[in-house]
Write a protein that binds this ligand. Structure first.
Ligand code: UD1
Length: 432
């Protein structure tokens, strides 16, 4: 298994290209199931999760073609990703098997589109994952309100809507990104009008809605907490460019905050990540929008501890909690970090402690008392964002850090070590 080796202490200088958002690309790919025509997505990041979704769609009968390559010479240093063409002319199977779903929870996003288009779907339950139990009860309850008959047996969600889905008024009891996306896609082909209330407002949902509108869907209230969808009998194809990845943006901003230096994040959009950049500015970083993206700078001085709490968008994203905690381990003073979205998202804490961090966890809060320095160590984590937080800690630690289980990083960060090395970090992938 590959590992990443970092020798800390080098500030970062230069520019880093930001790719298309993984969490937008996955539902957008699933949306191809809603039409017999071709959906072309551009700015698609080159990530393991994208390959997993492509594989899942192929086994439903979707024709998947890719062109361009983020690694190709002409794309280096720009924010351009590759294009992917998805054509679901005929759905040959409505089964999403356990072997694929267990690798990636977002596979459950095929449930709504398959049910809406074919009147049936059988999708493995995703089961638990490292950051918590993460049930799909909200997806199931809401699809039942649209008339689906759903039973859970043998570890599968078995759903039918023999006469098609019917528009309904759904109020989600709690905010869920995935349930909002599943229902939004399903409602596009339901008969009549569906009102979805208390929906998630993550920018990736707005991106999905805009693509669906491009395919011919009738959706009102995009980017608000209430979506109204007037169902259509069919949708067509379209071309859609995926919005930039705000979590990749925030992660590289965090890298500069912890390692020091000045970097331009090319292709980034500051308006998508303000909850994080506001905190980094409060801690002492300089951040500004540029014509190509944004710049982040930290001079030699120490950052100051800041408190934050994870919340649905536009609040501070849970997917940035671990990275900003890494920064806080070296800040002046204390930082109180509260995780309100997932119940078990502090797995990076014991690993950061092994590098010398002073962190005490009380239930859903972590109190971080800044220390003078971290020291390199062999570390590993069982989740994508926790893993990258250890890379960030390694950039600032004295000596050598080896991050194991790199496949987590490859799920969500494209060419991480290359992008950081191009800015002066001493980082390399050790292939096994
Ligand atoms: C998405 C993101 C993930 C991010 C998360 C929260 C994708 C592919 N993944 O995950 O990176 O961390 O949003 O911003 O976009 N819940 C239930 N029942 C349900 C669904 C969710 O109880 O049926 C709970 C979850 O366990 C969690 C909370 O609701 O505690 C939020 O989860 P949700 O917004 O659904 O996250 P995902 O869509 O899985």
């Amino acid at each position: 298994m590959d590992r990443i080796r970092i020798r800390g202490g080098k500030p970062l200088q230069g520019s880093i290209p930001i790719g298309g958002a993984k969490n937008a690309a996955l539902p957008l790919m699933a949306a191809a199931l809603l039409s017999t025509d071709t959906l072309t997505l551009s700015n698609v990041p080159h990530l393991a999760d994208i390959a997993t979704m492509a594989h899942l769609l192929q086994q439903h009968g979707v024709d998947v073609m890719m062109d361009g390559g983020p690694g190709s010479a002409e794309n280096r240093g720009t924010a351009e990703g590759r294009r992917i063409h998805l054509t679901a002319r005929e759905i040959t199977s409505t089964l999403a098997p356990y072997d694929i779903v267990r690798k990636m929870r977002a596979s459950v996003l095929v449930l709504g589109p398959l049910l809406a288009r074919c009147g049936e779907a059988e999708v493995s339950l995703p089961g638990g994952c490292a950051i918590g139990t993460r049930p799909v009860d909200l997806h199931i309850a809401a699809l039942r309100e649209l008339g689906a008959e759903i039973e859970i047996s043998n570890g599968y969600i078995k759903a039918h809507a023999r006469k098609g889905l019917k528009g309904a008024h759904v109020r989600f009891p709690m905010i869920s990104v995935g349930a909002t996306e599943n229902l939004l896609m399903a409602a596009c082909l339901a008969e009549g009008t569906t009102v979805l209330e208390n929906v998630a407002r993550e920018p990736e949902i707005g991106d999905l809605a805009r693509c669906l509108i491009g395919m011919g869907a009738d959706i009102e209230g995009v980017d608000s907490e209430r979506l109204v969808v007037h169902g259509k009998t069919s949708l067509g194809g379209t071309e859609h460019s995926i919005l930039p990845d705000r979590i990749e943006t925030g992660t590289y901003a965090a890298a500069v905050a912890i390692a020091g230096g000045a970097v331009e994040l090319v292709g980034a959009r500051l308006d998508l990540i303000e909850a994080v950049t506001d905190k980094l500015a409060e801690a002492g970083c300089d951040i500004a929008a540029t014509p190509r993206g944004l710049t982040i700078k930290r001079n030699g001085s120490r950052l100051k501890g800041v408190d934050f709490l994870t919340q649905p968008f536009p609040g501070f994203p849970t997917d940035m909690q671990a990275q900003v905690m890494s920064i806080m381990t070296l800040a002046d003073g204390a930082s109180m970090i509260t995780e309100t979205i997932f119940e078990n998202r502090f797995m990076h804490v014991p690993e950061l402690a092994r590098m010398g961090a002073n962190i005490v966890v009380h239930g859903t809060s972590a109190l971080v008392r800044g220390v003078q320095g971290l020291t390199g160590a062999p570390v590993m984590a069982t989740d994508l964002r926790a893993s990258v937080s250890l890379v960030l800690a390694g950039l600032a630690a004295q000596g050598e850090t080896t991050v194991n289980r790199v496949y987590h990083l490859d799920r969500g960060y494209e060419r991480l070590e290359e992008k950081l090395a191009a800015c002066g970090a001493d980082i390399e992938r050790l292939r096994n």
